[in-house]
Design a protein around this ligand. Structure first.
Ligand code: SIN
Length: 295
């Protein structure tokens, strides 16, 4: 049953889709510029919910970029060959191929729990994914609420994680995925060198709400000060703790959905779909702050 969270001030409403952390914004056309009052309500809903779903949007790349930019400067994805020609702020997550067989986008992007661009010193605030073609089966995106998962930790585990930082590294994850799926080119030395490993606290404070959230995910390849086996065990534990069904929302895409999530609060993961089916998505990514933990 829908629980109406927002005031319906003649223009749009925010409907919660479940118990917590995901909601649908109904009645808003994102192709048109938002006035400041509407923008403030969307921003507040995003901070309150973590994942916002906007159905049935008809957006050109320029309109998606313009809406995304309201939330901050945009991050251009480091694998430039997968960004849209003429609009590099758009990352293509796509099963399409160029006539010569090269992949148009990252076909297998994010098929593991992660938070976007966590391998940078200043990882993403949020990501906006817009469905331009979807498969008849599969290809869902799952989200988990790292604030709730953090809140429910046992005190000793919380105390331990509060003092630890994970090491995040783009090239390690990329190589692993390339080997697994065969759908990605190997990174060049230059691409590897541009994104060296970075450390982030395993519990981070949300810079706008002040809420603590677990922070690790698929780009985390180690834990500072722990031997590899202990680090791997802890990262695996953290993922299975955070992705318990009580913390998870599974988004089943409809054509022209736009989903906007808060990378400071949620992890996400794309699911597989049959190889012969087409999935073509445009992602914009809003830059964020360097994660910190304020006790
Ligand atoms: C991503 O990780 O940004 C891609 C998610 C998806 O394709 O569902």
């Amino acid at each position: 049953m829908h629980d109406n969270l927002g005031d319906v001030s003649g223009q749009f409403e925010v409907r919660r889709l479940g118990r917590t952390f995901f909601a649908e914004v109904v009645g808003l056309d994102l192709a048109r510029p938002l006035d400041d009052a509407a923008f403030a309500r969307v921003k507040a809903a995003h901070l309150e919910e973590g994942v916002l779903v906007f159905r049935d949007q008809r957006l050109t790349p320029e309109q998606q970029i313009a809406f995304s930019r309201r939330f901050g400067p945009l991050q251009v994805h480091p694998m430039g060959q997968f960004n849209l020609d003429g609009a590099p702020e758009i990352l293509l997550v796509s099963s399409d191929r160029h006539p010569d067989g090269r992949p148009v986008g990252i076909a297998d992007a994010g098929r593991y729990w992660h938070t976007d661009i966590s391998y940078l010193k200043e990882p993403a605030l949020g990501s906006l994914l817009y469905a331009r073609a979807i498969p008849a089966e599969g290809g869902d995106t799952m989200f988990c609420d790292m604030t709730a998962a953090c809140r429910d930790l046992a005190p000793d585990m919380r105390g331990k994680l509060m003092r630890l930082s994970a090491v995040h590294h783009f090239a390690s994850r990329w190589a692993r995925e390339a080997k697994k799926s065969g759908l990605r080119p190997a990174q060049t030395k230059n691409e590897q060198d541009r994104n060296p490993p970075v450390e982030h606290p395993m519990i981070r404070t949300h810079p706008e709400t002040g809420d603590p959230a677990l922070y690790a995910g698929g780009f985390a390849v180690g834990v500072a000060g722990l031997p590899p086996e202990a680090a791997e065990g802890l990262l695996d534990w953290l993922e299975s703790w955070s992705t318990q069904p009580a913390y998870v929302y599974r988004h089943r895409w409809c054509l022209h959905d736009l989903v906007f999530w808060d990378n400071r609060r949620v992890m996400h993961r794309a699911t597989e779909y049959p190889e012969h089916m087409r999935r073509h998505m445009h992602r914009t990514t809003v830059k964020g702050n360097a994660p910190y933990f304020a006790a």
